[in-house]
Ligand binder design. Structure first.
Ligand code: FES
Length: 68
């Protein structure tokens, strides 16, 4: 599903950006240009980023618990 129409950014593009190391929404913006046009996608883009970042953090935390 497209999140940003101006730059044709999909949810999976944001997910890949987070998975490849983007540590903030601003880093995702630099990579994908998301929310740098009209700005209409800002809330949805931020929500998407937070969901993938939380998911990545939770997976890392869970695997750390397994080795504790
Ligand atoms: S829809 Fe994302 S900047 Fe316009």
């Amino acid at each position: 599903m497209y999140v940003c129409i101006c730059y044709a950014v999909r949810e999976r593009d944001i997910e890949r950006s987070v998975a490849s190391g983007a540590a903030s929404f601003e880093e995702v913006q630099k990579q994908l240009q998301i929310s740098t046009g009209c700005g209409a996608c800002r809330l949805e883009a931020d929500r998407c980023y937070r969901r993938f970042a939380l998911s990545k953090h939770s997976a890392r935390f869970s695997s750390a618990e397994e080795f504790a």
